[in-house]
Ligand binder design. Structure first.
Ligand code: BG6
Ligand code: MG
Length: 214
């Protein structure tokens, strides 16, 4: 019996991947890395900011100190945050708001489980804060998915056991994280059929039977 649903943010409730990509590309080009591609960006999905920076830097030849890396990650974050200013409730992905409303009506708790340290700001901008009980994000964790930490923190904040939580994810690492944490997983997004979720749907508007999942 599911008593709580934990939603990944990017690719599930909203899509800011393109904004991440543009910000990393901007930084890469400043560093003389002209061939940072969307394919490289795919590998940054669900990965922490510092681990994402490593994916950029491996395309170049230069070595950086830890301090320099922190400054570079901050620079990328500034570019990214500037682009977040354009986000609005119109950017909520299909079916997401309706799913959150339906769950609340059924008395099921909801949380976000996201690697992003910007999750609270993004949720504020897209207007979903009132529909969420808790947020677990990069500010609460030290380990990236597929480690289950971010989802275990979310379950704990909700006051629920992992076994009574369902995770909604669009990335393979996120589905693995849910399973490693002992949670059921609903896979969504362009790769939904290949992610190995217990349940799968193109997006949150296409879930066939919430009754079956819950
Ligand atoms: C995830 C994104 O949601 O958050 C990753 O999929 C990103 O691409 C990660 O690196 C960390 O985000 P932030 O906002 O803390 O830099
Ligand atoms: Mg995601």
């Amino acid at each position: 019996m599911i008593r709580g649903v934990i939603f990944d943010l990017d690719g599930v409730l909203v899509s800011t991947d393109e904004l991440h990509y543009q910000a990393w590309k901007h930084l890469a080009e400043e560093l003389g890395i002209m061939d940072f591609s969307r394919k490289d960006n795919e590998r940054q999905r669900g990965v922490s900011r510092m681990a994402s920076l490593e994916i950029v830097l491996e395309k170049g030849a230069k070595e950086y100190t830890e301090e320099e890396k922190i400054a570079l990650a901050e620079k990328k974050n500034d570019y990214y945050k500037r682009s977040l200013q354009a986000l609005s409730p119109a950017d909520v992905l299909p079916g997401a708001k309706e799913a959150l409303e339906m769950l609340r009506q059924r008395g099921i708790l909801t949380a976000v489980g996201s690697a992003s340290k910007n999750a609270p700001e993004i949720l504020e901008r897209i207007g979903l804060i009132p529909l969420l009980d808790k947020i677990s994000c990069g500010l609460d964790t030290t380990k990236s998915k597929p480690d289950p930490e971010v989802f275990l923190v979310a379950a704990k904040k909700l006051g629920l056991s992992p076994e009574s939580c369902l995770v909604v994810e669009d990335a393979a690492a996120g589905i693995q994280a849910a399973k490693a944490g002992g949670m059921k997983a609903l896979a969504v997004g362009p790769l939904y059929q290949q992610l190995g979720g217990d349940f799968a749907a193109r997006d949150l508007s296409a879930v066939e039977s919430w009754d079956e999942i819950l």
